[in-house]
Ligand binder design. Structure first.
Ligand code: SF4
Length: 74
C-alpha cells in the first residue's frame, strides 16, 4: 500500500531564528544552539502543522516535498 510521506527541509542560512516553526510544529523543529532552527523529524506523514509552520516562516526557509513510498515507483 503506497504511503504519502513529506520530506521537511530547512535552509539554516536564511533562518532568522524567529522560532515560529517550533511554536507550530515542536515535534518537527527545534532551535539549535546557534539560534537557528533545525529539523528534528525530516520525514513526516501528517504535514498539517508543518505546512502552517512553513507558511508562517518569515524568511521562507522551510520547504515541504511530498513523496509516495511503497508503490514500487519513484
Ligand atoms: S520560522 Fe523560519 S525563520 Fe523562524 S526559526 Fe523557523 S525556519 Fe527560522
Amino acid at each position: 500500500m503506497p504511503e504519502e510521506q513529506y520530506v521537511v527541509e530547512l535552509d539554516r542560512e536564511i533562518c532568522m531564528g524567529s522560532g515560529v516553526c517550533v511554536s507550530y510544529a515542536a515535534g518537527t523543529f527545534a532551535m539549535g544552539s546557534d539560534a537557528a532552527a533545525e529539523v528534528t523529524t525530516p520525514i513526516v506523514t501528517d504535514v498539517s502543522d508543518v505546512e502552517v509552520a512553513a507558511s508562517g516562516c518569515p524568511t521562507g526557509a522551510i520547504t515541504v516535498t511530498r513523496r509516495t513510498v511503497g508503490s514500487g515507483k519513484q
